[in-house]
Write a protein that binds this ligand. Structure first.
Ligand SMILES: [Zn+2]
Length: 277
């Protein structure tokens, strides 16, 4: 069952990859793309979407943080340089489409890797780079205060796709509070949950990165409810269109927000383009 699912996903990824890249080449970028996403303008807060749930965030103080770095996903920007320097890598959970190339990036950059205690243990990173933690934890990465928050999902990790996956602890979301900058919330894979209103009260995020694909996570209607609970001004949809199973679209999210009379803005960056936060 699992093997069959994975084979299906890989097959779909390869098919979609061709389509997505071909479309990406034909369509003009909505925001100016940079050739090296990790090297954005200094002094600004920026998010670069790498497709799926992968983002490279740059803080006003120059912290560069990768979240769920599956940088070889079917929607990843074509020909873009992978980051050479990272201060931290944040993992929301152990599924392959979120852990991605975290281990290789950690090795290349020396960045600390944050995740659930169980997942970090399974990754077998050098001790100095391994930060196994859990929801409720707070950490400092340069000018960014990181808060680990809950997510409603599952989590397992298989070091080798042929081996049985192991329990990888509870899934997580991350709030990135940037000094003299915005507060960003990456929900990871999740359904909507009431605790999002606590995230709103405690951290007052201004922008949320929310999954909208459905099937494994929230779809557009649930994501609109999440926007309402989070009280964010803008939302960047993610985790859609990567595989045929993930059918939610930003247009559907916009429609659902209208139904709720929400004024939140839906921002849809092209993969590889640095978006000011
Ligand atoms: Zn997942």
């Amino acid at each position: 069952m699992r093997t069959k699912f994975l084979a299906g996903v890989v097959g779909a990824a390869m098919t979609l990859g061709g389509t997505a890249l071909a479309q990406g080449a034909a369509a003009p970028a909505k925001v100016a793309a940079t050739k090296a996403p990790a090297v954005a303008a200094k002094g600004k807060a920026e998010a670069t979407w790498w497709g799926h749930a992968a983002f490279i965030i740059r803080s006003p103080g120059g912290a560069v943080i990768a979240i769920d770095p599956w940088l070889t996903n079917p929607k990843a920007p074509q020909g873009a340089a992978q980051p050479e320097a990272l201060d931290a890598i944040l993992l929301t959970h152990g599924h392959f489409d979120h852990v991605g190339e975290a281990k290789a990036l950690a090795q290349k950059t020396g960045a600390k890797v944050f995740g659930s205690f169980e997942l970090i243990n399974l990754l077998g990173l050098p001790e100095a780079q391994a930060v196994g933690a859990n929801a409720g934890g707070t950490f400092q990465v340069k000018d960014v205060t990181l808060h680990l928050v809950e997510a409603v999902h599952s989590s397992s990790y298989a070091a080798d796709p042929k081996s049985a996956p192991q329990y990888a602890g509870a899934p997580l979301g991350y709030v990135l509070e940037m000094a003299n900058g915005p507060t960003l919330y990456h929900a990871g894979d999740t359904g909507p949950f009431e605790g999002m209103s606590l995230i709103a009260t405690q951290f007052k995020p201004t922008v949320a990165l929310l999954p909208i694909g459905g099937h494994f996570t929230m779809g557009p209607a649930e994501a609109a409810q999440a926007v309402r609970l989070l009280k964010v001004k803008s939302v960047i949809p993610m985790h859609y269109g990567t595989f045929p199973l993930l059918q939610g679209t930003p247009e559907a999210l916009t429609g659902e927000l209208k139904k709720l009379r929400s004024t939140a803005k839906v921002v849809t960056p092209e993969p590889g383009a640095a978006t000011a936060l």
